[in-house]
Ligand binder design. Structure first.
Ligand code: SF4
Ligand code: SF4
Length: 414
């Protein structure tokens, strides 16, 4: 294992913030975050104070080693805070910028976006991530309000405002048991609504009853936790990716960007991918909750993965602690033998550790539950990735792959 103190500032560190904690106007069935409010039943209001906002802004900017700083606002539902909160955040960013270039990205369920929000995002160059699960019948299956009402039409209204004001936005779509068999309906829908940047995330959760009322398993809850019915199966996920890829690689390379395909190509090129789950290690993207608690990762907001609180320790100490370094390196150091010997380890890296609760084919614990799907996907895309890599290495556009396929994939010198 690498020494935690070796070149600790070699890579940028991100901390996403939860200005409204886990508060949300929706109650999507598969949400991994809603129940986090049970960690904070002693706090009467789950919103970040102005004082904490200032402390975070100052310390977060100060801890960065690069001239570019990215603030990532995440929920719960971020738009449950008023615009005035984000205006205050921008003022503080300006106050503490010290010559740095600051960007903001915000994740939202889209239902609360109004004309005023769209204007604000445009004027302040926010990149907006909208959670939307494809066409209405897929989206409304799980993404409902607290009273069980569908949310699709409200999200579409929000997207119309974003489009009308020319706000830069991308779609975050969750692939689950219900929609996982329909990749093309999904994909065509996003193209029809003019979305050029799409992220597909497989939902994998397990039930595990915690004494405080939380119902979803932590990664350390082991083999006793039972898979949720809404999780996508490995086979579904593999087929979903292969079918989607076939459509994209024939028609849309260079015009529509699907994050997992980009990250796969990055893996082929040997450069760090934008998708953390496909990186070799993790640990450089923490989370700060509304009260200043800092956790190892957005998917590790569990008491056992809390790094501390900004009122008791600095962000730098927490994010570069030995504990956090070990958390990040464990992704690489705890791979099963099956992964270590896998032909596609260079691109997959065993995917996200939170999904490593299955057994490898040699009976070793810690295999990724989605492995069979990923393996099928990597095998399927390999010839196309090889070709796109060759193009990039010769300073040509990866989009040439479309013509290569039309010509029946002729031999080329590797
Ligand atoms: S634990 Fe998973 S979600 Fe978190 S940074 Fe690592 S790969 Fe990404
Ligand atoms: S495809 Fe499966 S075996 Fe290969 S690296 Fe990924 S998780 Fe491991």
């Amino acid at each position: 294992m690498e020494s935690p103190s070796a070149t600790p500032f070699a890579r940028p560190v991100y901390i996403m913030t939860k200005p409204a904690g886990a508060l949300c106007n929706l109650a999507c069935k598969y949400c991994y975050y809603l129940e986090k409010s049970k960690l904070y039943t002693n706090n009467p209001r789950h919103v970040m104070s102005d004082e904490l906002l200032e402390r975070f802004t100052r310390d977060y900017i100060a801890m960065q080693t690069s001239p570019n700083v990215l603030f990532t606002w995440h929920g719960g539902e971020t738009l449950m805070r008023p615009i005035s909160f984000y205006k205050k955040a921008l003022e503080l960013q300006k106050k503490y910028a010290g010559g740095r270039n600051i960007d903001n990205s915000i994740q939202t369920n889209g239902t609360l976006i109004t004309e005023e929000w769209a204007r604000f995002f445009k004027e302040n160059h926010f990149l907006v991530g909208v959670s939307i699960d494809g066409p209405q019948e897929f989206h409304d299956e799980y993404r409902k309000t607290r009273t069980g009402k569908p949310s699709f039409l409200q999200v579409m209204k929000g997207i119309q405002w974003l489009n009308r004001y020319g706000v830069e936005w991308n779609a975050m779509a969750v692939v689950n048991d219900f929609n996982g068999d329909y990749p093309l309906d999904f994909y065509h829908f996003f193209k029809e609504i003019g979305c050029h940047y799409i992220q597909f995330t497989p939902v994998v959760e397990r039930y595990y009853r915690h004494p405080d009322g939380r119902m979803l398993a932590s990664p350390i809850d082991g083999a006793v936790a039972e898979l949720t019915d809404f999780s996508v199966s490995p086979e579904q996920w593999g087929k979903f990716l292969c079918t989607l890829f076939d459509e994209w690689v024939r028609n849309d390379v260079g015009e529509y960007f699907v994050q997992i395909f980009d990250s796969t190509l990055a893996g082929w090129m040997g450069v760090p991918p934008s998708l953390c789950s496909m990186g070799e290690t993790c640990g450089h993207a923490g989370v700060m909750e509304f009260n200043g608690d800092v956790y190892a990762c957005d998917h590790y907001v569990f008491p056992e993965f809390k790094l501390g609180n900004i009122y008791q320790d600095t962000l730098t100490n927490m994010m570069y602690s030995e504990r956090q370094m070990r958390f990040g390196n464990n992704k690489r150091d705890l791979l099963t033998r099956q992964c270590r010997e896998c032909d596609f380890l260079f691109a997959c890296h065993g995917e996200c550790p939170r999904n490593r609760f299955a057994q490898s084919r040699d009976g070793e614990d810690g295999q990724n539950y989605l492995c069979a799907g990923y393996y099928e996907y990597f095998q399927h895309v390999a010839p196309y990735m090889d070709f796109m890599k060759y193009q990039l290495q010769h300073e040509k556009a990866p989009a040439n792959v479309m013509e290569w396929i039309r010509q029946d994939m002729p031999e080329y010198r590797k």
